[in-house]
Design a protein around this ligand. Sequence first.
Ligand code: DSN
Length: 425
Amino acid sequence: MSASAVPSKNAPLSEADPEIYGLIQKETTRQEYGLEMIPSENFVSEAVLEANGSVLTNKYAEGLPGKRYYGGCDVVDQIEEIARERAKQLFGCEFVNVQPHSGAQANQEAYESVIQMGDTIMGLRLDQGGHLTHGHPVNFSGRNYKVVAYGVRESDQQIDPDEVMAMAKEHRPKLIIAGASAYSRHFDFAMFRRVADEVGAILLADIAHYAGLVAAGEYPSPVPHCHLVTTTTHKTLRGPRSGLIMGKQDYAKGVNRSVFPGLQGGPHMQTIAAKAVAFGEALRPEFKTYARQVIENARTLAQELTRHGFKIVTGGTDSHMMLVDLRPVGVTGKEAQHTLDEVGLTLNKNTIPFDPQPPTVCSGVRLGTPAITTRGMGKSEMVTIAGFIRDAIQNRADPAKLRSIADDIRSLSSKFPLYRHRLVS
Ligand code: DSN
């Protein structure tokens, strides 16, 4: 193992740390030859990977471009400016802070910029599609604030505007959150703004899941309606693992202060560069085509699964994802996730609205099409994949049949190369 202090004389990872190198090879193989259907995952470009693994990781740059607490920031200032300009162009927002390290942190920073500890917040219930950071008791959001949570209607599993308005009028939240981790339909951001205005609340949209679709104009934009908008950058937006806060200009100062020095130290300049690269990619016309295909693929998959006897929560999807109610096929979310893992199809078990099962078991699975669409898969592959899901679940007690489905999945994936050039064997 080389221990030279001079990077140019260092051994490559394969020699310097064969153990970690080997595991990265193993994970690359898993991604290459499996079907990645967790809706919050995607595959970044080589350009994004390169920026993310660059020497920018060495630089401290606390502060904002032009107002840093460290010398030597001329270059990283230019990079952060480009990231900010591209994000503004992409989402049409008045201001953006590109420094949040993640979506959860972006939410905490955005909340702290507009409300105080003990204030009331209102978000979608976690077990009906919301996110931990929207007010779950185990999370900072549930510990620091009083939480009231809206749900979905039992009849169609969709958000009920009357319930949102009634709850807001009753509890007078200071902050209303419109966003989800497992909701496949459009959010009516204009309706949420009417509710927020009625009770004098700040409206924040968390579009972590939909950001790429919003950027492409394929999902309604919350930007005209909301005071603040947060997102991750690694889901449908197909950038590095990170976060972003946007909003109206009046909120810029508070957000910037909340990010630094409020909750973060030095920004991760390598990730900000990778975000800039991803935003540049999302500004190209090809990205719109991609986002459209993501939604078309999700719709085809939902239709095919329905044809095979599965029940899609809300009856379909307007986005990149869907929740599948497995009760009609007699399997739990836990069993389905395990079976599909065995054949190389990755998704996650998920509660469905009004789930009779505990969250460790779940009656449903959540799946999505962003990653497989990035590989170039389209309608006919969705038909095939729905068949794999049905066959695997029907034959979950038959190891030979599962092995044969695993072979079919490997051979389908092999037709859509991803990072094969990174594999040594
Ligand atoms: N955003 C979550 C997901 O959708 O997977 C993770 O926090």
